[in-house]
Design a protein around this ligand. Structure first.
Ligand SMILES: Cc1ncc(COP(=O)(O)O)c(CN[C@@H]2CONC2=O)c1O
Length: 281
């Protein structure tokens, strides 16, 4: 496969990252994951727009523009022949001797990207089990940064209990998952945390909100109390890699009858209509 290294496409054996890369020892960088359906990137503009927003928020200047970035990723997808998969891209503040303050002007950000192709026979995702976990992250969860240790620890806490994702809650209200946004449905109304510094403004979440608008599906962008999730009629999560994933159980307690509910299914069908046309090869 090919990899993107700054503005060059390199083979597997040429891809190297400096031991002094600030992404390596500080997590000092930002990233995006862009899904590929039928060889076409999905919502690439939104993802790359957010990448530049995240970079701006931590004062990293990416050395070329969003259009050029998207063009390079499209080429990577084509060169690697990706049909169903995703592109991972990250930008760090660059390689320099380890000091906390920013490196001097002469140090350029380091951009790396690679693609992943999903196995053909990947089984359809099972409805997910969640485990509630305290959200102990910092107060800038709107920045899609490489600082994912709290997310990693939360995800592992869920896995330790045989669950797929952590349901994060802060001060008694549900924020999001360790790598997903969270939605509850009660009496036909969808509840989800409002866009704020406490959650990532997910791209899939934005597509869902667009679908709800078109369907006339009521949405209350207000945080759910943790206690309230157990009596939701339906629950689902959203992320680039999973799209919309129904939730069957939270903390061992079944949600509804454990199967995807009518609002969730209607939304999954609407989401499908937004996917890109396959790229002819
Ligand atoms: C903390 C967090 N919240 C929400 C989301 C959902 O956002 P998107 O709809 O934009 O994907 C992600 C996605 N995390 C990426 C997406 O897939 N894998 C990841 O690590 C995330 O890491």
């Amino acid at each position: 496969s090919m990899y993107l290294m700054n503005d060059r496409f390199v083979k597997d054996d040429e891809v190297t990252v400096s031991i002094e890369d600030r992404g390596y020892y500080f997590g000092d960088g930002v990233y995006e994951v862009i899904r590929v359906y039928g060889g076409a990137m999905f919502t690439a503009e939104e993802h790359i727009g957010r990448l530049y927003e995240s970079a701006d928020k931590i004062r990293i200047q990416i050395p070329y523009g969003p259009e050029e970035m998207i063009g390079k990723l499209a080429r990577l997808v084509a060169d690697n022949g990706v049909k169903e998969g995703h592109v991972y891209i990250q930008v760090t503040r660059g390689a320099a001797p380890r000091v906390h303050q920013f490196p001097g002007e002469g140090v350029a950000p380091v951009i790396t990207a690679y693609t992943k192709t999903y196995p053909d026979d990947a089984p359809a995702a099972e409805p997910a089990k969640l485990k509630s976990v305290a959200d102990i992250r910092w107060l800038r969860c709107d920045i899609k940064s490489l600082n994912l240790l709290a997310n990693v620890m939360a995800k592992q806490e869920a896995y330790d209990e045989g669950c797929y994702e952590a349901l994060l809650h802060r001060d008694g209200t549900v924020t999001e998952g360790s790598s997903s946004n969270m939605f509850g449905v009660k009496d036909g109304v969808i509840y989800t945390h409002p866009v704020s510094n406490f959650i990532l403004n997910g791209i899939t979440r934005r597509v869902i909100m667009q679908c709800c608008e078109e369907l006339g599906q009521p949405v209350n962008e207000e945080p759910m109390a943790l206690e309230a999730v157990y009596s939701m009629d339906e629950f689902f999560l959203s992320s680039t890699t999973n799209g919309i994933l129904p939730v069957s159980e939270i903390d061992g307690r079944k949600i509804g009858d454990g199967r995807p509910g009518p609002v969730t299914e209607r939304l999954m069908a609407a989401f499908e209509t937004k996917l890109p046309e396959p790229v002819a090869t």
